[in-house]
Design a protein around this ligand. Structure first.
Ligand code: HEM
Length: 381
């Protein structure tokens, strides 16, 4: 019996080796594999960190110091994991913007896109609770601020917050449950990644011109195996630069101060990858309104495949939309910048304008420009 006739091997043969990939896909199609690679690295380093970490408020901070100072190569393990989280988001943000630019969410890939949004939400949850574990000042106060948002829910909000905390403030029970969930969530992400890949392989990959190139495909191995290997190689070089020269640059210095519930830091900020959403939250001067708009900013990604109206998938052929798309990218950076500043003028106003454009782009420009382009084409014809 030939080995690729055994079911598990035939799945590998069909979906990894022979998988028909469009000839023209660019390096931007490598970010999905890079995301999977970092997910794997995060799980492996996380398991080893958990061997030495202690989820107890009295020694959690010291246990992380112990990992860095005493455990053999513990510093490397810890910094790979903490910087790995940042790189995971960098790579996934590239992946999402690539999908937006080339219309990879358009019919028939709606399920693929929606599974990606679920992965993104799980990633955000994992990143948030993971940042609490070192039990530094930012861990504690970040957890306090964000969990407190739940109290904005009318009637049941306060009870839910107490339930999440496991007490009357962020404390030992909170740390314990966050540790447990932080161990669980990555495996949920793995499950959704398999679903994501199943959805991808149902209709095949999109490509830079957005036209069906099924008859113009080549097998994944060896062509894209080699192409993606170069991506992994470059990622490792950039990652090593941060790891070995600036391992703390993406974190906040206050998190090297042990958590102190009676001293509030001058300025509480989340990790950099949450900053745009943090800016959106703070752009509404009403607690419940801010919470709704922040979660709305993430959830509205789900609707994109169903409201788009363009006859073209790829933005390359949409000159007007292309400009608005790049403005959206700049807008996200501006929101990130606003998110790390104080809530004062002019950051409030800039944040509000940027929040407005964020929603206008996703909920108005995406559905409307397609119709406008179609009418221009009909007119020209
Ligand atoms: C753990 C996180 C993720 C992993 C491991 C992952 C993995 C992958 C892989 C391996 C591919 C095929 C290669 C490629 O096209 O890049 C892919 C495609 C895709 N992913 Fe993801 N993904 C993740 C998150 C997301 C998110 C957050 C979204 C969007 C919200 C998303 C949307 C898509 C789309 C639309 C495609 C099809 C691209 C095309 O064919 O043009 N993915 N993903």
């Amino acid at each position: 019996m030939r080995i690729n006739k055994i079911p598990i091997f035939s799945v590998g043969q069909n979906h990894l080796i022979d998988y028909p990939s469009p000839k023209n896909i660019s390096y931007f199609w490598g970010f999905g594999l890079l995301s999977g690679f970092i997910l794997f690295v995060q799980i492996v380093t996380g398991i080893f960190l958990a061997i030495h970490y202690t989820p107890n408020v009295s020694i959690a901070f010291i246990s992380v110091e112990h990992i860095i100072r005493d455990v053999f190569s513990g510093w490397l393990l810890r910094y790979i994991h903490s910087n790995g989280a940042s790189f995971f988001f960098i790579v996934v943000y590239f992946h999402i913007f690539r999908g937006l630019f080339y219309g990879s969410f358009v019919n028939p890939r709606e399920a693929l896109w929606c599974s990606g949004v679920v992965i993104f939400i799980l990633m955000m949850g994992t990143g948030f609770i993971g940042y609490v574990l070192p039990w530094g000042q930012m861990s504690f106060w970040g957890a306090t601020v964000i969990t407190n948002l739940i109290s904005a829910i009318p009637l049941v909000g306060d009870s839910i917050v107490l339930w999440v905390w496991g007490g009357f403030s962020v404390d030992n029970p909170t740390l314990n449950r966050f540790f447990s969930l932080h161990y669980l969530f990555p495996f949920l992400i793995v499950g959704f990644v398999f679903l994501h890949l199943a959805c991808l392989h149902l209709h095949g990959s999109n490509n830079p011109i957005g036209l069906n190139t099924y008859n113009n495909s080549i097998p994944f191995y060896p062509y894209f195996f080699i192409k993606d290997s170069l991506g992994i190689f470059i990622l490792l070089i950039v990652f090593s630069f941060f790891l070995f020269f600036y391992p703390n640059i993406l974190g906040h210095p206050d998190n090297y101060i042990p958590a102190n519930p009676i001293v509030t830091p001058a300025h509480i900020v989340p990790e950099w990858y949450f900053l745009p959403f943090y800016a959106i939250l703070r752009s509404i001067p009403h607690k419940l309104g801010g919470v709704i708009i922040m979660f709305g900013a993430i959830l509205c990604f789900i609707f994109i495949p169903f409201i788009t109206s363009s006859e073209f998938k790829s933005t390359s052929f949409r000159p007007l939309f292309k400009k608005l798309f790049w403005l959206f990218v700049v807008d996200c950076f501006v929101l990130g910048w606003v998110g790390q500043n104080e809530v004062e003028s002019p950051f409030i106003e800039i944040g509000q304008i940027s929040t407005l454009y964020y929603f206008v782009f996703l909920l108005v420009i995406i559905p409307i420009t397609g119709r406008f382009e179609s009418s221009v084409i009909r007119y020209v014809k």
